[in-house]
Design a protein around this ligand. Structure first.
Ligand code: NAD
Ligand code: LMR
Length: 328
């Protein structure tokens, strides 16, 4: 094994997403089967959380993963993020039944200010950051603003779960394999306002829009199903999605680090003005990835219905940004 280990920080490491995520990172599913990793795990100082984290680490040890070159438990982001190359910010309060995302803003905003500052101070200058903790876009925006010495574009929010959910719904509707769906996009906020857009999507080269040819299904079934899937899972499980969220986090980081071979994926990234989205708004865009960089798919036609959907999710994000001004 010749590659130098990379450092991967994961916050909320003893939580339910953490439990579905860490074993996959350590087995090489995120950064490749030839890439050793050192896990730098952060939990709150609370005795119970730290004890649970030790238990997870015992299990990681018992897996004897050949790629796991080291692991550390932390209760302070200043040590957890030291020299880290990848940071998966999962730790925060999840939404409970009946709770709206906006309610989480107040609770979780402060966490991401502290963690953004810590990343700014001690992480690798090229650290790739993925925010999973909700409200993910705005938390990523807060962390980015708290880290002025790091590249803003290296702060991203997770829209991949929405992208994967949309792909599965389209596969079910068309009766085709989920892997055959290409050129899907999800615009905006990780919230019910996100706009999953299959106008450009293809299956074996054929247009998915033409195959479905039903705008009523799009508006009344597809978009609400994808947009409210998180709430539906909370309602069914009594807990928010965990394995599918961890899977989306793996997909997001793997594609960013290792590339997408020209395929489109969705990432929440700070806008540089693409498609009229104001600069710095942490917005879901279709991207391709190569050589550790993402590139927005530009030049797509935005019709009136799509523009209306994009405006709605943008307005929500700008409202959230306004709501956290005092933290910045
Ligand atoms: P969980 O409650 O099971 O675990 C969260 C863990 O984070 C807990 O162990 C807690 O102690 C820890 N934590 C809290 N504050 C912390 C801090 N400041 N530093 C480090 N650790 C901290 O929750 P979960 O189900 O794992 O969900 C985590 C977050 O992910 C929630 O905000 C949830 O809403 C969000 N989520 C996002 C998506 C997405 O698609 N973006 C999908 C599912 C869940
Ligand atoms: C999800 O989409 O499953 C998560 O963001 C959980 C939630 O609160 O909706």
């Amino acid at each position: 094994m010749s590659k130098k280990p990379v450092r991967v920080a994961v916050t909320g490491a003893a939580g339910q997403i953490g439990y579905a995520l860490l074993f996959r990172i350590a087995s090489g599913e995120m950064l490749g089967k030839d890439q050793p990793v050192i896990l730098q795990l952060l939990e709150i100082p609370d005795e119970k959380a730290q004890k649970a984290l030790k238990g997870v680490m015992m299990e990681l040890e018992d897996c004897a993963f050949p790629l796991l070159a080291g692991m550390e438990a932390h209760s302070d982001p200043m040590t957890a993020f030291k020299d880290t190359d990848y940071a998966l910010l999962v730790g925060s309060r999840p939404r409970g039944p009946g709770m709206e995302r906006a309610e989480l803003l107040a609770i979780n905003g402060a966490i991401f200010t502290t963690q953004g500052k810590a990343l700014n101070a001690v992480a690798s200058r090229d650290v790739k950051v993925l925010v999973v903790g909700n409200p993910a876009n705005t938390n990523a925006y807060i962390a980015m603003k708290a880290a002025p010495d790091l590249k803003p574009g290296n702060f991203t929010a997770m829209l991949r779960l929405d992208h994967n959910r949309a792909a599965s719904q389209l596969a079910a509707k068309t009766g085709k394999a989920v892997s055959s769906i290409k050129k899907l996009a999800v615009w905006g906020n990780h919230s019910p306002t996100m706009y999953a857009d299959y106008r450009f999507a293809t299956i074996d080269g054929a247009s998915v829009k033409d195959m479905i040819n039903d705008q009523v299904w799009n508006k009344d079934v597809f978009l609400p199903t994808v947009g409210k899937r998180g709430a539906a899972i909370i309602e069914a499980r009594g807990l928010s999605s965990a394995a599918s969220a961890a899977n989306a986090a793996i997909d997001h980081m793997r594609d960013w680090a290792l590339g997408t071979n020209g395929e489109w994926v969705t990432m929440g990234i700070p806008s540089q003005g693409w498609y009229g989205i104001p600069k710095e708004v942490m917005f879901g865009f279709p991207v391709t990835c190569a050589n550790g960089e993402y590139t927005v798919v530009e030049g797509l036609d935005i019709d009136a219905f799509s523009q209306e959907c994009i405006n709605k999710t943008l307005a929500e994000l700008q409202g959230e940004q306004d709501g956290v001004k005092h933290l910045l």
